[in-house]
Design a protein around this ligand. Structure first.
Ligand SMILES: Nc1ncnc2c1ncn2[C@@H]1O[C@H](COP(=O)(O)OP(=O)(O)OP(=O)(O)O)[C@@H](O)[C@H]1O
Ligand SMILES: [Mg+2]
Length: 299
């Protein structure tokens, strides 16, 4: 399904219905049509007809429960998130799909304010963050709503790191989408480095700087590090842990428990990274000493 094509065919009333669905998505797995009608300022029969039509276009999924209700599909949520960016004047044109993975779809886009940017639509909420997930009750929310949390977490981590660590500058977050700086570089795994030792040191320096800002990546790998002649960048932060005492996200974990999870993830990140450099370039480094370096315990 084409985002741009579908976007251009949407009517004002259809947007109104989507806006109402978004509004109530945190309260209902399937939002009652009655509430949608009220919020959108239209008769219930009309709202239901629009919901049916949007369901036909795979923008919503409708269910007859004890009431008639609906929820976003992932496509519908992405469409609505794009709408919010456009409405705010942040995106003027969406371009090519740069990549489609299991966890996100990444587009090139043009912003009047920021020029060429990246728009990343999240697909899953906290996949690799099972420990936290298990302790939460997500039973009452539709899964697409979790992608909003995932996007928010990525935006939040990028905000905390921008200016301190080489990450794409975060420009905005709407629904399940994050808008950020376009980095002109390639993933580490695509590149044959001439100076692998130097690059590894540069990466470790960034991991240390992240740690100092209280952020653990949680999925650090050759796929989430971009390299060019200009330097290196760390990307892909939906599962990152941001260590802040006042974190509502992890309210069911105590700060101490959260730190424990963070330490496990940091160790795993470093192991993965060192293993890649060992396998690809024969560089041997001791995990313990690297861990100590990152934590500022020694050099
Ligand atoms: N800011 C950016 N600048 C340039 N390219 C980017 C940027 N963000 C993401 N990309 C490209 O899109 C790809 C996927 O992005 P990212 O790693 O953030 O998402 P993902 O959830 O890992 O998706 P996937 O499941 O495809 O790996 C990256 O590997 C990279 O090629
Ligand atoms: Mg990735």
């Amino acid at each position: 399904m084409d985002l741009v094509e579908t976007y251009s065919r949407m009517s004002k009333n259809e947007w109104k219905v989507l806006s109402a669905v978004f509004h109530y998505s945190w309260d209902y797995k399937y939002v009652p049509s009655e509430l949608i009608a009220k919020k959108a300022g239209m008769p219930e029969e009309k709202a239901e007809a629009i919901i049916r039509s949007l369901a036909g276009k795979r923008i919503l999924t409708a269910r007859q429960l004890s009431y008639y209700g609906c929820a976003f599909t992932l496509f519908g949520l992405s469409l609505y998130s794009l709408r919010r960016f456009v409405k705010k004047g942040l995106i003027s044109m969406i371009g090519n799909k740069m990549g489609e993975g299991k966890e996100s779809t990444v587009y090139n886009a043009i912003s009047d304010r920021y020029g060429e940017v990246v728009l990343k639509f999240h697909r899953v909420g906290y996949t690799s963050f099972k420990k936290v997930k298990e302790k939460r009750d997500y039973g009452t929310l539709h899964f697409t709503v979790l992608t909003v949390r995932s996007a928010r977490n990525e935006f939040r981590a990028l905000k905390r790191l921008a200016g301190y660590v080489n990450v794409p500058k975060p420009y905005g977050w709407e629904g399940n989408a994050v808008m950020m700086e376009l980095i002109e570089a390639k993933e580490l795994f695509r590149v044959r480095l001439k100076n692998p030792e130097e690059v590894l040191d540069m990466i470790l320096e960034e991991v240390k700087a992240m740690y100092e800002r209280g952020v653990i990546h949680g999925d650090l790998s050759q796929y989430n590090i971009l390299v060019s002649e200009e330097g290196i960048w760390i990307i892909d932060f939906p599962q990152a842990i941001v260590l802040e005492e006042e974190s509502e996200e992890y309210s069911l974990l105590s700060f101490e428990e959260l730190k424990e999870v963070a330490n496990e993830l940091l160790e795993r990140d470093l192991k993965n990274l060192l293993e890649y450099f060992r396998r690809s370039y024969g560089i041997e480094k001791n995990v313990e000493s690297v861990l100590n370096y990152v934590k500022g315990k020694s050099c």
